[in-house]
Design a protein around this ligand. Structure first.
Ligand code: PMP
Length: 463
């Protein structure tokens, strides 16, 4: 596949007909697909191409995941070679690529970790919940530590447990009720503080709420706290610098494990290899997916600190082993591709590039977009950026959803794909950007230019 592929209207029409007859798509109304749809046939760098020949700058890196950019054909070679040598064997045995990948990931954490392989971010968090509970069963036999404390508006995945842990109203409500083991606390969404406070006079009350909640629930019932270091789905929330160190201290005080969700933050996105590394904390459990393999094949992992891992050791008769299996966990071809993906990231210094290109993009966005009265806030770290749209900066009232969607549609019509936050009415008015970490300055300029026009048009419509 390359960007030089010729438009083929007949082939395109065949795919559309076959798809509409047979496929059930996520998150889009099929009625909308009947009217307009993309048939993506090629991709290179930060650009994708539709079968009708239209190219788009993909400022979302797919679903926040193609960190090293599209079109790295050497990865196809690696997958093919691994499949020819040994396509699959379950991970109850060992294989070289998975061992290499685990060593690499543990090394990026500075050592002292072991890695359990799964296939998606949801599974990585779900395995984290289960590891936290099993650990508690081993370590606190007289207690019943099964609860996870998480934040409102968080997104941790699409399975029932990860949805229950999450706090995104619109994604959750259709599947209620959930079992009650996930307890929510206010999130550090400072632009709209859920406690009605202002930083720094708030003294980071949202972190303290975790302690109050642990005490209220009873520490002997709490297994872990899960946090996405820089919240993404909610429209990008960068916590105050003290927040995560305070959360870590509270976890230590009550013997509660700290579980970080690095599914989006991880692998360079925020300008460091992992998002939590901005804050000097040391998680007990870390979920990674997306950037670990830049979505070239599916693989994900739950990375656990050695004191947790050691709790799973013992005599055979004790049956302390990880009590779950994922058929495709540690898949050799996916692991081999992930190993090379991480090498590319390190060789090309992509986390550092995300930091510098992110700063360039952020400066340009602030310079141009605050000229429009409907730009309420621009925030983020590295190449993870949110632009919150409001009716006016004073009132901070969320911009009407149709106008927010209009900005996305305008950008797309100009050949740029941007995203929109989820989280229900309270938080879906933010444009989100998460481009491949290889995005160029010229592409950043295009992105700024197009967003400026699109937000300007929305502002004019409102006027
Ligand atoms: N955690 C976070 C922070 C995510 O953004 C996502 C997916 N967008 C997930 C978990 C779930 O990952 P997956 O879709 O691979 O299951």
């Amino acid at each position: 596949m390359s960007l030089t592929n010729q438009p083929d209207p007949e082939a395109r029409a065949r795919v559309v007909a076959q798809d509409l007859q047979n496929v059930m798509h996520p998150l889009v109304q099929h009625k909308a697909l009947e009217q307009k749809q993309m048939v993506v046939t090629g991709a290179q760098g930060s650009t994708i191409v539709d079968a009708d020949g239209t190219t788009y700058l993909d400022a979302m890196a797919g679903l926040w995941c193609v960190n090293i950019g599209y079109g790295r054909t050497e990865l196809a070679q690696i997958a093919a070679e691994q499949m020819q040598a040994m396509a699959y064997y379950p991970h109850t045995a060992m294989n070289l690529p998975a061992a290499q990948l685990a060593e690499q990931v543990n090394g990026l954490m500075g050592g002292g970790y072991h890695t359990y392989f799964v296939n998606s971010g949801s599974e990585a968090n779900e395995a984290g919940f289960k590891i936290a509970r099993q650990y508690a069963k081993h370590e606190f036999p007289g207690e019943f530590r099964f609860k996870t404390i998480s934040r409102y508006y968080a997104y941790h995945g699409t399975t029932l447990a990860t949805l229950a842990a999450g706090g995104m109203g619109d994604r959750k409500t259709k599947f209620e009720p959930y079992a009650g083991e996930f307890v929510h606390v206010p999130a550090p969404t400072c632009y709209r503080c859920p406690l009605g406070l202002e930083y720094p006079s708030c003294k980071v009350a949202c972190a303290k709420a975790i302690e109050t909640t642990i005490l209220g629930e009873g520490p002997q019932t709490v297994a872990e706290v899960i946090v996405e270091p820089i919240m993404s789905g909610v429209g990008i929330a960068v916590p105050p610098d003290e927040y995560l160190p305070m959360v870590e201290e509270i976890c230590r005080k009550y013997d509660v494990l700290l579980h970080v969700d690095e599914v989006i933050n991880g692998f360079g996105r925020t300008g460091k290899m992992f998002g939590h590394q901005h804050y000097g904390i040391s998680p007990d459990i870390m979920a990674v997916a997306k950037g670990i393999v830049s979505a070239y094949l599916p693989i994900a992992a739950t990375v656990v600190k050695n004191h947790v891992f050691e709790s799973f050791l013992g005599e055979v008769a004790e049956a302390r082993q990880v009590m779950q299996v994922n058929t495709y966990g540690g898949h050799p071809a996916a692991a081999a591709v992930a190993v090379r993906n991480i090498e590319i990231m390190l060789e090309e210094k992509l986390p550092e590039r995300a930091a510098s290109m992110g700063a360039y993009l952020m400066d340009g966005l602030k310079d141009r977009l605050f000229r429009h009265g409907i730009t309420g806030d621009i925030r983020g770290k590295g190449l993870l950026i949110g632009i919150e749209l409001v009716t006016d900066r004073e009132s901070k009232v969320q911009l009407d959803g149709a106008l927010v969607q209009g900005v996305l549609d305008h950008c797309k019509a100009e050949g740029v794909i941007v995203g929109r936050s989820g989280g229900g009415a309270r938080h879906s008015n933010t444009i989100v950007l998460s481009p491949p970490l290889v995005i160029t300055r010229g592409e950043c300029d295009t992105l700024i230019e197009v967003l400026d026009k699109a937000i300007g048009a929305a502002a004019a419509k409102r006027a």
